[in-house]
Design a protein around this ligand. Structure first.
Ligand SMILES: Nc1ncnc2c1ncn2[C@@H]1O[C@H](COP(=O)(O)OP(=O)(O)OP(=O)(O)O)[C@@H](O)[C@H]1O
Length: 297
């Protein structure tokens, strides 16, 4: 079996808060494994310990107890973290640099060889779809563009493991779908992605496995389909059935010892509906512009 990308064993983190130094347990005896080339979602409500866990993996915080390994090496060792990219929850970027200058700056910090910097920067800027805006100042970027350029900085040294803390927070559904597509592309390129989120609809179709945290403890872990499917039920989606036909189907179900639990209209998620509508309008808009352009010429 491959060495897991991340192995967390009995991880606990206590903070001292207030002037009396009251103990607050942010992560509580957490055990987790993230496999190589997996997209893994760390889910949980605000304050459930997601960011603290990520910061401990990255060596930005020290654990009170337990251990954490990256590809078999203790994550405390700098060497273990060389091939890790990180997008923080609320990244602060120097606003007067252009997107390209910013990514170049991080490439130098991550010790990308001088001769390779230009190619590395161009390639990640293209991957995140920021080529057109790369020469604009970061201070003029929208939230979605900031997240994309943040992704680019986390990928510029071609890390094997990428950790994204709330990558879609504050980004509209179109921007979130674009970020999800970049994450899928990273998986296709053989990378491992750990992302945290409380925006479940946006990452439902993205993660191979998820872990749900609550007050620092692991509540559930597994493949998304295994967690959410109703184990004892199946649904049939039927079109064009008359009232008599439906009565006959119901009678057959009963005769076969089944029970018709509910009848409902299949629904798209609001996210999927929104994307469908916006993409349709967008293609109509582009088609109209092309038509006007060809009429003028
Ligand atoms: N530096 C700190 N000092 C004291 N308490 C902290 C510190 N960092 C986090 N905490 C507390 O630890 C708990 C877990 O916080 P954490 O930021 O890990 O949660 P989270 O799941 O990432 O939340 P969110 O979704 O809001 O980002 C919270 O109660 C938080 O207030």
């Amino acid at each position: 079996m491959n060495t897991p990308a991340i192995r967390i064993q009995n991880l606990t983190k206590d903070f001292s808060v207030g002037i009396r130094g009251v103990k607050l347990r942010a992560v509580d005896d957490l055990c987790l494994e993230v496999g190589d080339n997996e997209i893994f979602g760390l889910l949980g409500p605000n304050g459930s310990g997601k960011s603290t866990t990520i910061k401990i993996i990255l060596g930005l915080l020290e654990a009170s107890a337990g251990s954490c390994e990256i590809y078999g090496k203790p994550s405390k060792q700098v060497d273990a973290r060389r091939s890790v990219g990180f997008l923080p929850e609320a990244p602060y970027f120097y606003r007067y640099l252009t997107g390209r200058e910013l990514v170049c700056y991080y490439a130098r910090i991550c010790m990308v060889p001088r001769a390779k910097i230009d190619d590395a920067v161009d390639s990640v800027i293209e991957l995140v779809g920021m080529s057109e805006a790369a020469n604009r100042r970061v201070g003029t970027y929208s939230k979605g563009m900031l997240q994309r350029i943040g992704l680019a900085q986390s990928l510029v040294h071609d890390p094997q493991l990428v950790m994204l803390d709330e990558p879609t927070a504050g980004v509209d559904p179109l921007g979130s779908a674009a970020i999800a597509e970049i994450v899928r592309e990273l998986k296709r390129r053989g990378k491992t992605v750990l992302l945290s989120s409380h925006l479940l609809a946006q990452i439902e179709g993205l993660c191979d496995r998820v872990a749900i945290l609550h007050r620092g403890k692991l509540v559930r872990e597994g493949r998304v389909d295994d967690l959410v499917e109703e184990k004892n039920a199946e649904s049939l989606v039927v079109e064009g059935l008359s009232a008599e036909g439906r009565a006959a189907v119901e009678a057959t179900i009963q005769a076969q010892g089944g029970r018709l639990a509910r009848i409902e209209k299949p629904r798209l998620s609001l996210d999927a509906y929104f994307l469908k509508e916006v993409h349709q309008r967008e293609s109509e808009h582009v088609a109209k512009q092309e038509e006007t352009g060809s009429q003028k010429s």
